[in-house]
Design a protein around this ligand. Structure first.
Ligand SMILES: [Zn+2]
Length: 133
């Protein structure tokens, strides 16, 4: 997890957060070992803001196509550290393996960990859209 934490912290430093003042970084590891990072990018419209976790996922998909996420790290200054928001959980559900560990860490070293399926139980997953024979 150390490499993901470093990537997430580096991305957090680049966050564009002039409205909330809350910088967030995220990093993900894929099944093949590749890593990607993202940061929150706020927008004056507020609604066009994208979170760090979704930024990391979008970068991975742009680079590799469909991906399988096996680990997620989110870094914030929240205390307790912030887990992914509901919208990010929904996006992650498209790509995360169910037992994917999701770590939330803050600058004080507080570290919380969940399995992804704990964060979004009974989520709306791609399986609902696959037609049964
Ligand atoms: Zn989010």
């Amino acid at each position: 997890m150390t490499d993901l934490l470093q990537l997430a912290r580096a991305a957090q430093a680049n966050a564009h957060a002039p409205y909330s003042g809350f910088r967030v970084g995220a990093a993900i590891r894929l099944q093949g070992g590749e890593t990607f990072a993202g940061c929150n990018v706020e927008n004056a419209s507020y609604g066009a803001t994208i979170c760090a976790e979704r930024g990391a996922i979008m970068s991975a998909v742009a680079a590799l196509g469909t991906v399988s996420v096996v680990e997620v790290v989110v870094v914030s200054e929240g205390n307790p550290p912030w887990p992914p928001c509901g919208m990010c959980r929904q996006v992650l559900s498209e790509f995360c393996v169910p037992d994917c560990p999701v770590h939330a860490v803050n600058g004080e070293g507080v570290h919380l960990t969940w399995r992804f399926d704990q964060l979004l139980p009974s989520g709306f997953t791609p399986e609902y859209l696959i037609e049964s024979p």
